[in-house]
Design a protein around this ligand. Structure first.
Ligand code: ATP
Ligand code: MG
Length: 397
């Protein structure tokens, strides 16, 4: 159990009126995040616990499809970024010391790092009996022209990026479908399942479309059209003047704003060609490895969940990602009671934050609601008289 009196951070009502998104306001007021510079946020302890809970769900689902985790460098070489044409071609790439002796990129994505690395290890069909999946959860840097909506669009943000390496298109297709299902499980588990749509978007290089996971959100930057007949979602960018579902041909759709929480992409041989990542088949012929890439905006997901669930009493996090599942508000001389209740809850693998501060009830309950823990237990004299804490559940009983 964690005692709130031991925390360095306090809630504040003093957040600029210019920040109107409920989620971002809540995260700032509750002391989950702090802006350091435009588009770059620090995660304070409660924010980090939330972010880590999301990252761990992503990690479990990636491991479940046989992908292995690694950690690549944040600095990248000019040589590798030039090999793909993206040193000059990727407008959001942060280039450091461009005209100096040691130019670097702050990596915006990691195809340029992982593909040449794997060329050291893969050269035979025997290495590709199974599709290889490698992923990391790491800070990405992008010089976005406009940083927006707190942690929804930053210049520095946490991403899970997975890359797959297959011997042919058929093997890629199989892995791709596994990854798609893993994404569905991730968004279900963090509470966004019902409102997250697998969306056809433009920009496929190797396949006709690229595929996005879009969560319905009023402050989202994207617009999606959801077919009224079959439910297939389409990004606005691909929709011709008049909507026609690419899946069933139906011509009516529901249109809504959305935020892209993830996307999956068939890369084909674009990067393996650039870095000569190839394998020799059973007959001695060389072939380029067929790749896929799969991103989830981990910090953006936290922002989307915050915005999505926040109510008029501010933040509200589902149990799967809340920094603590249970918030014990202790009013009066009831710490022994709090300790024993916390012990019981922790025995059931729940996590407990105890508000043991010497403050008025009104102040403590307001903070409790702002923090967004899903279950609030009030341990007061009145509650003690009946030997039952008063329980307030933010998601109903
Ligand atoms: P967007 O269209 O939103 O810029 P993208 O097409 O650039 O996204 P990817 O490069 O595939 O996205 O990144 C994978 C995921 O990382 C995205 O689906 C999104 O959830 C997240 N992401 C991308 N850019 C940012 C950003 N600037 N800040 C926070 N999250 C981001
Ligand atoms: Mg982008």
């Amino acid at each position: 159990m964690k005692l709130l009196s031991q925390s360095a951070f306090r809630t504040t009502r003093d957040v600029s009126d210019q920040i109107t998104d409920r989620g971002t306001r809540g995260l700032l007021q509750a002391g989950y995040i702090r802006q350091e510079i435009a588009g770059a946020y620090s995660f304070l302890p409660m924010g980090l616990r939330t972010l880590t809970n999301i990252a761990n769900i992503v990690r479990e689902e990636m491991n479940a499809i046989g992908a292995e985790e690694l950690l690549l460098t944040a600095l990248g070489s000019k040589e590798h970024w030039t090999a793909t044409g993206r040193w000059d071609g990727l407008d959001v790439l942060f280039r450091l010391n461009e005209d100096g002796e040691r130019p670097y990129a702050l990596n915006a994505s990691h195809e340029e790092i992982l593909t040449p690395l794997l060329a050291e290890f893969i050269n035979s069909y025997r290495h590709l009996e199974q599709t290889i999946g490698l992923y990391q959860i790491q800070t990405k840097f992008r010089n976005e022209p406009r940083a927006k909506s707190g942690i929804l669009r930053g210049r520095e943000f946490l991403m899970k990026d997975l890359y797959s390496f297959s011997r042919d298109q058929a093997a890629l297709d199989v892995f791709f479908e596994e990854a798609r299902k893993a994404y569905v499980r991730v968004f279900d588990r963090i509470g966004l399942g019902e409102k997250t749509h697998y969306t056809f978007a433009s920009g496929g290089t190797f396949s006709k479309y690229s595929y996005e996971f879009q969560t319905e959100l009023e402050i989202g930057e994207d617009i999606i059209h959801i077919c009224e007949n079959c439910g297939q979602s389409h990004n606005e960018e691909i929709v011709e003047k008049n909507f026609k579902c690419v899946e069933c041909g139906h011509e009516k759709a529901r249109t809504t704003k959305a935020s892209e929480v993830g996307n999956i992409f068939k890369l084909g041989t674009k990067f393996s060609d650039a870095f000569s990542l190839k394998y020799r088949d059973e007959t001695g012929m060389d072939h380029p490895v067929v790749m896929g890439c799969y991103g989830i905006g981990v910090s953006r997901c936290m922002g989307v969940v915050a915005e999505f669930f926040a109510d008029e009493r501010w933040l509200r996090f589902p149990e799967s990602i809340a920094p603590y599942t249970d918030y014990l508000l202790v009013q009066g001389d009831h710490m022994d009671w709090a300790k024993s209740l916390a012990g019981n809850l922790e025995a059931e693998w729940r996590s407990v934050l105890v508000d043991d501060r010497d403050a008025r009830f009104g102040e403590k309950i307001a903070d409790a609601e702002l923090f967004g823990m899903p279950n609030i237990y009030i341990l007061s004299d009145t509650a003690k008289a009946s030997d039952m804490p008063e329980v307030r559940r933010r998601f109903g009983a």
